[in-house]
Design a protein around this ligand. Structure first.
Ligand code: SF4
Length: 356
């Protein structure tokens, strides 16, 4: 029993990992159930006899932690240079605020409560004096203001920048990943997961700023930035100007769903381990497959197979899916080749695809 209690506590502490998993595809009900019930996706995949490969490798985690920690050494000098080079910050940017917990490599914040309080104080401070704001802030922690989500309902954003803009404090969210940045050849699935997470954080910041009544003093930028690595090194490669509008809209839909699922829970349910009934529930839930799934979810072969059967445009990536909507790939090709449209929607689509 003592051991079960220990595991239960660990599961609670591990909320961040569950939240991050959820953020990679917030509109998939199966993923939402998995995060809320703490049913691991690899356990669900095993129940279908699928090969599992996304169990967390301690080496990958250690490398990720090392990379992230290196960014913030000496008042984040390495990250600052990379951000200034990409014009995410002006060349004379100043100030670094470290809100990381000591257990996560921070220098002074000892507890979750302290991190939450310091983050709130920081929001009030930049709202009052945007010109004096530290330009880089590591790991602000937000309590999701929309009710209970996961046991702790907390979210830690990797990094944000703050600049003064028209007398307001403009916050821009950044997501740090140890993925290599290969310019136009960066792994599309890794990019999609990083963008999805950044969209969730952007939306969460909007909720937090609104909940604090600071919307007329703080602006959360529509775009964000991703911090990857230069291939073969631990130096940061910043991808600036990532438009997160679409991801933030998806995040909002996901947040609402997450809240519904969380509210339907009996509180003791939040540690489920590998309960077969809950695994079944995850397997039976609706899905919303996207290219991001291939980078984190062991159920991806099943969902990819379904998308193939459905001839779904999502197989060609999120942008193509946004363009084609529910029109199948085969039908889209027919329209592209001049088939007679069967509806106004198809006529519109034909005009768009033929004009590409
Ligand atoms: S692979 Fe399937 S179950 Fe997993 S997150 Fe994607 S859509 Fe959901």
């Amino acid at each position: 029993m003592a051991e079960v209690d220990e595991i239960r506590q660990e599961a609670r502490r591990n909320t961040r990992a569950r939240f991050e998993q959820w953020a990679k595809n917030p509109t998939c009900a199966a993923n939402t159930l998995s995060a809320v019930h703490n049913v691991r996706l690899d356990a669900a995949a095993k129940a279908l006899d699928l090969k599992t490969s996304f169990g967390q490798s301690p080496f990958a985690i250690a490398r990720g932690n090392r990379f992230e920690a290196g960014l913030f050494i000496d008042d984040a000098v390495k990250l600052r240079k990379a951000l200034e080079r990409k014009e995410c910050l002006p060349t004379d940017s100043k100030g670094f605020l470290d809100l990381r917990l000591k257990m996560n490599g921070g220098t002074r914040v000892k507890s979750v409560d302290e991190a939450l309080q310091l983050t709130e104080d920081w929001l009030d401070e930049i709202a009052a004096r945007p010109a004096e704001a530290e330009s880089i802030v590591a790991a602000p922690m937000i309590r999701i203001p929309k009710g209970v989500i996961l046991p702790e309902a907390l979210l830690i954003v990797d990094v944000v920048t703050v600049v003064e803009q028209d007398g307001l404090a403009a916050i821009r969210v950044g997501e740090v990943k140890v993925f290599p940045d290969r310019g136009g050849h960066t792994d599309p699935q890794q990019l999609a997961t990083a963008r999805a997470q950044a969209g969730v954080y952007r939306h969460a910041f909007e909720l937090a700023v609104t909940a604090r009544g600071l919307t007329d003093r703080i602006k959360v930028a529509d775009d964000g930035f991703l911090v990857f690595t230069w291939p073969g090194s631990n130096s940061p490669a910043v991808r600036a100007g990532e438009d997160l509008t679409y991801q933030a809209i998806r995040a909002e839909r996901g947040f609402n769903r997450l809240e519904e699922v969380a509210q339907s829970l009996v509180r003791d349910d939040d540690f489920a381990g590998d309960d077969p009934a809950l695994i079944r529930r995850v397997l039976d839930a609706d899905t919303d497959y996207s290219e991001a799934c291939l980078a984190f979810c062991d159920l991806a072969p099943r969902c990819h197979g379904r998308a193939l059967n459905d001839d779904s445009p999502v197989l060609l990536g999120g942008e193509v899916k946004r363009l084609l909507g529910d029109t199948t790939i085969t039908r889209s090709i027919e329209l592209l080749n001049g088939a007679e449209p069967a509806s106004d929607r198809e006529r519109d689509l034909q005009r768009q695809v033929q004009g590409l």
